[in-house]
Design a protein around this ligand. Structure first.
Ligand SMILES: [Zn+2]
Length: 345
């Protein structure tokens, strides 16, 4: 009889782990892949500072954050993908060191460093795996060098996940669980949270909510299909639509639409309809309490989308989706660094 089939041994095994599971539930981050949010009273380490890093395809944000979510220092610089991962990491390290010096904080006072990075990441091994917007950085381990340089724990997460955590703890997501967030930028990022924990799929992978199919006859996408939300409603997609009617970008498209220009109105109405369909799908698949829509374009143009979203949700017969809150993100670019820092506390 194999070890795992012996009922006595497996009972001992389970009961031995129970106290650890209880500790994990109480928020001892070291026993769980997802450190629960701690407040000042719960923080057993007594360390009150963390660093949050938000790595995107175009820029990198670094912030020194206090345990209450206050940003003490923040800096953003362009991502030079071609320069390579090693140089980018050196720049991140220098930025953190300067911030610590300026605030008179020693490395030993850091509770940890959290990193949110665009695209697929392997949170368990701390490796970046995004060959789409960070080509050449694939398989780079970012947590080990940070841990060695600053002598504190470090964590890696997907950027959409940390943006959601930032809004959940400090912004538009407070008090809402289950919670979904979509961020409209170069692409469409998405993350979901339930019972305070970010949703992960098989092997810890993050759902790519932006690649749900909204219109099979829509434009092709690098994900392998046509007409996913990202290829229809991202800032990039709407920029492309604007150019087709002689405008420069999505912002001009929305301005023309507000002025009553027929072609622009047609395009923005279509975009609003597609976003509403995506929210309908998420509402039925996950029954969230709240959906947050973020990203510069969405935050500026939220009014343009909201009416269509509400009209669509009000058609639901199986659930009372009038109770589903759909709101804009509140923290803007700070959501990423704050959410990354929240991986630590
Ligand atoms: Zn796609």
């Amino acid at each position: 009889m194999g070890k795992n089939t012996n009922p006595t041994e497996s009972r001992i095994y389970v009961s031995w782990w129970k106290p650890l599971i209880r500790l994990a539930e109480k928020g001892w981050g070291c026993f769980t892949a997802y450190p629960y949010k701690m407040n000042e009273r719960d923080n057993m380490t007594g360390l009150k500072y963390a660093v949050g890093i938000d790595i995107g395809g175009t820029k990198i944000g670094v912030a020194l954050v206090g345990i209450g979510g206050e940003i003490l220092e923040a800096q953003t610089f362009a991502t030079d993908v071609a320069e390579g991962f090693v140089k980018a990491l050196a720049r991140i390290n220098q930025t953190i060191s300067k911030m610590l010096n300026k605030q008179g904080i020693r490395k030993s006072q850091l509770a940890g460093i959290g990193v949110g990075c665009a695209g697929p990441v392997d949170a368990a091994t701390g490796r970046i795996q995004n060959g789409f917007t960070l080509p050449g950085w694939e398989n780079q381990d970012i947590v080990t060098p940070l841990r060695q340089e600053f002598g504190c724990p470090s964590y890696l997460e997907n950027d959409a996940a940390v943006a959601l955590l930032g809004e959940y703890y400090y912004g538009a997501g407070q008090g809402a669980d289950p919670l979904v967030m979509l961020t409209f930028g170069t692409g469409v990022g998405g993350a979901a949270l339930r019972q305070g924990v970010i949703w992960q799929g098989r092997s810890g992978q993050h759902p790519e909510i932006g690649h749900m199919i909204i219109d099979p006859a829509g434009p092709p996408c690098y994900c392998g299909m046509n007409g996913c939300l990202e290829s229809i409603a991202s800032g990039t997609a709407l920029d492309a639509e604007a150019k087709k009617i002689g405008l420069n970008n999505a912002r001009e498209l929305f301005e023309e639409s507000k002025r009553g220009e027929a072609q622009a109105m047609d395009i923005t109405a279509r975009a609003a309809n597609k976003v509403a369909l995506a929210i309908w799908n998420l509402a039925h698949a996950l029954i969230p309490a709240r959906i947050i829509l973020g990203g510069g374009m969405m935050e500026e143009q939220f009014d343009h989308f909201y009416g269509e979203i509400r009209t669509t949700l009000n058609k639901a017969t199986q659930f009372d989706l009038s109770q589903l809150e759909v709101v804009t993100a509140r923290l803007g670019n700070q959501a990423g660094v704050l959410g990354a820092a929240s991986l630590v506390f």
